[in-house]
Design a protein around this ligand. Structure first.
Ligand code: PLP
Ligand code: LYS
Length: 415
């Protein structure tokens, strides 16, 4: 079921008319659907079934407080990669005891903060990080719960910028080194070895890489068990892909079933860290066409949304569907490059899109709920977009559009 549908030629977000929202809140505007977010979260939770599990939503995908709060209300845990993300989770009413802390560069003060808040586990990405966590926990007089994020050297088959499980990637601990490091961790006085973690990349559309990685992880789990190191959880990371165009990623149910087959006989709590699969198709970015122009036969739709609002097309040349909010039949379709006002040639939201549009029309960029707003910036001194959440026939402003004064907040002029 799609909660962004067209009725009588005009696009709706749940039961809210997108054109009305654009008028009320201005453009560019992120619009999310509550029902979609909740359905996607439940898809993971239901898929895991009776198996002990925790869904730790990857905050980096979309960290708006209202969204974190919705997920916290469902009982979600969270995967964080910074002190700021943990602070957001707590501000949104999330439970620290359901938080896993990933990331290759955890600073001492971030580790201290996470320990003080009582997080569930650190996903440790290197030997020096392990030593640092042990030291900080010692200073606080506590034992830090840890799991090692192993890098299995498996090709996730995704864009090179979002592949994380190859030996040339900066992420995780080489699986060949992990056994020895577990033995060390087990002997460190201020650590409690809890689990193992493996996240090989994002936007995976096949199960095979996940399962190949799991095979390697299970070999390690068995070796550790033989050494008397028993793990209580397995964190399979995030990475399940979504349909942007014509991809056919596995459903969480299919994924969970395949994992369950491999995990029969193991007594492990399963952690998932989905981000994109929950949020991408729960959001759109609405933008207004400012000008249409033709340069040497090439048609451009210049819109008020740009790479600073939605970076994915520029950064990964990723394709996201662009549709008119209101369809018109009084002009012919042309192939447009949909570009923003930012002074970069790489500033585009889509290229070669067949659209029947006039200046002043609204366009919706679909699948923009994940890695949209969170990757936005103020480049070209552009205030960041407003965000709203549609909930049936009501729409809530969940982030005001930035003001000009906010752009230079904290800056000062020499006396
Ligand atoms: C450690 C970790 N967990 C979870 C995620 C979420 O990934 P996705 O949004 O593909 O589900 C990421 C991002 O790729 C990540 O780096
Ligand atoms: N930002 C990326 C995904 C990165 C995942 C973070 N580990 C995207 O938009 O596709």
């Amino acid at each position: 079921m799609d909660y962004f549908t067209r009725k009588e030629n005009t696009l709706f977000a749940e039961e809210c008319r997108v054109a009305d929202l654009a008028k009320t809140y201005g453009t560019p505007l992120y619009i999310y659907s509550r029902a979609t977010i909740e359905r996607h979260w439940h898809a993971f939770d239901d898929a895991a079934g009776d198996q002990p599990h925790l869904i730790c939503y990857a905050v980096k995908a979309n960290s708006n407080l209202a969204i974190l709060n919705l997920l916290a209300r469902l009982g979600s845990g969270f995967d964080i990669v910074s002190k700021g993300e943990l602070a957001r989770v707590l501000a949104a009413g999330g439970d620290a005891a359901k938080v896993v802390f990933s990331g290759v560069g955890k600073k001492s003060d971030e580790i201290r903060y996470a320990l003080e808040q009582g997080i569930y586990c650190f996903n440790v990405e290197s030997a020096p990080e392990l030593a640092r966590i042990n030291r900080v926990a010692g200073e606080l007089g506590v034992k830090a719960p840890v799991s090692l994020r192993v890098n299995p050297d498996v090709d996730a088959g995704t864009h090179p910028y979002i592949s994380t499980g190859l030996k040339e990637n900066k992420f995780g601990i080489s699986i060949g080194d992990a056994e020895a490091l577990y033995v060390k961790a087990d002997q460190m006085p201020h650590l409690e070895v809890k689990g193992i973690d493996c996240h090989i990349g994002s936007q995976l559309t096949e199960l095979t890489p996940f399962l190949d990685a799991l095979d390697r992880v299970l070999v390690l789990i068995n070796k550790l068990a033989a050494k008397g190191i028993t793990l209580s959880h397995l964190d399979v990371g995030g990475g399940l892909g979504v349909c942007y165009r014509d991809e056919t990623p596995p459903h969480p149910k299919e994924y969970a079933r395949a994992l369950a087959e491999k995990l029969a006989g193991y007594d492990l709590t399963l952690l998932y860290e989905p981000g994109r699969a929950i949020m991408a198709n729960a959001g759109i970015l609405v933008t207004e066409v400012e000008y249409l122009k033709t340069n040497q036969g090439r048609h451009f739709a210049i819109v008020d949304g740009a790479m600073n609002d939605l970076l994915r097309p520029s950064l990964y040349q990723s394709w996201q569907e662009i549709i008119p909010v209101e369809q018109r039949r009084d002009v012919d379709e042309l192939s447009y490059d949909v570009v923003g006002p930012v002074c970069e040639t790489g500033d585009f939201l889509g290229k070669g899109r067949l659209l029947a549009i006039k200046a002043g029309d609204l366009l919706a960029v679909r699948s923009a709920g994940a890695y949209g707003f969170t990757m936005s910036s103020n480049y070209n001194s552009r205030p960041r977009a407003a965000e709203v959440l549609a909930d049936k026939d009501t729409c809530h402003l969940i982030r005001k559009r930035e003001s000009l004064a906010q752009l230079w907040q904290g800056e000062s002029i020499l006396p």
